[in-house]
Design a protein around this ligand. Structure first.
Ligand SMILES: [Fe+2]
Length: 358
């Protein structure tokens, strides 16, 4: 097919306080006494007030999702196996948290209805059966995981998502009140994931008017909250939440680029989290995105954010090779960034030199 037939999220509820409608939203999805499973970001583990707002009924289960590290395929299998053993099937999976929890919830929902292991489905259009009903409720904004057609997982041999039409959520709940009070650095790193998506999409060779419309709006919102406003307030939370959504929509119909391709290698080898990893890489991408990187430097300075440097200083040749292999494996990202002849432009030597700068 020449044009992608884009599967979107089915239902979206947006508004300050809309989280309280969750019970009502879930009610018609509860089938034959099968429970709803809530995967909650471990960030909220001690937050009893928030936990009490989660509409648990009957045999529902609340699982604290350990996202100290970005989700691994083995973690997805552990949770899905536990749920299959205990309940047979479930009415749905609800992920409440940052991008890692969004992706974990999508992957667990897929594995409830698909045989084998999560690692078998890392790639494009490998998922065979429809997932169980799944809901995403972001408490951090920027990754676009709430709208994406993938769920990024680290497997035994690669970091790659389950890209499929069965991956997007059936429902998302966008409540800007839930992202209030995110620590400043975390807010920035995750917000920059969105900013970088916009630059990569808008500067990419895959760009089209669909992606551009969303990407430009998301970019404008990021510039407003990270560059033009002097205080972070409720309006900033609302703008960031919509920037993340629009940024996600933009890359859904185009692709990300150099920062993401390079940071995947970092994250695979060193476990660097996606948001901060993208910042570490983007900081040094002047040759690819001169205007975006200059503006990024301004935002870093204005918000007094620390971007780590020298993280590849002590790596061995073998470790550099691992990162280079993971990164060059992301062909669509490179092609979007550099065009069809990307392989002749991004040689292993050039990529190695880039890693050495980080
Ligand atoms: Fe990203």
């Amino acid at each position: 097919m020449k044009f992608r037939n884009f599967k979107m999220v089915d239902y979206v509820v947006y508004g300050r306080g809309c989280f309280d409608q969750l019970d009502e939203i879930l009610a018609p999805r509860r089938t034959n006494g099968a429970p709803v499973i809530f995967l909650l970001d471990h960030y909220f583990e001690q937050n009893e007030a928030f936990k009490n707002r989660i509409p648990l009924r009957d045999n529902d289960e609340l699982i604290i999702a350990d996202v100290t590290h970005e989700p691994k395929t083995s973690y997805v299998d552990t949770i899905a196996d536990h749920l299959k053993d205990k309940f047979g099937t479930v009415s749905g999976v609800v992920g409440i948290g940052g991008g890692s929890v969004m992706d974990l919830a999508k992957a667990v929902a897929i594995m409830m209805n698909n045989p084998g292991f999560a690692q078998d489905y890392q790639g494009w259009d490998l998922v065979k059966n429809k997932a169980v009903y799944k809901v995403g409720i972001p408490t951090l904004s920027g990754t676009g995981a709430e709208v994406s057609r993938t769920c990024v997982l680290t497997g035994p041999t690669r970091k790659l998502g389950m890209n499929s039409d069965f991956t997007p959520f059936d429902q998302i709940v966008l409540d800007p009140a839930l992202i209030k009070g995110v620590p400043k650095d975390q807010n920035f790193y995750t917000g920059m994931d969105c900013y970088i998506h916009c630059i990569e999409s808008l500067q990419g060779t895959y760009l089209n008017e669909f992606s551009k419309s969303y990407g430009e709006k998301a970019l404008e919102l990021c510039q407003e909250i990270y560059l033009h406003k002097d205080v972070w307030d409720e309006d900033s939370d609302e703008k960031l939440m919509m920037a993340s959504y629009a940024g996600g929509m933009s890359i859904a119909y185009s692709q990300v680029g150099v920062a993401n391709a390079v940071s995947y290698g970092l994250s695979y080898l060193l476990g660097t989290k996606h948001g901060i990893g993208n910042c570490i890489v983007f900081n040094h991408l002047e040759e690819f995105y001169p205007e975006g990187v200059a503006e990024f430097h301004k935002m870093v300075e204005k918000n007094s954010i620390y971007i780590p440097q020298g993280i590849c200083r002590d790596l061995t040749d073998e470790q550099f090779d691992t990162m280079i292999n993971v990164s060059l494996g992301m062909a669509p990202l490179w092609e979007n960034a550099l065009g069809k002849d990307w392989q002749s432009q991004m040689t292993r030597e050039r990529l190695r030199a880039l890693y050495e700068k980080l």
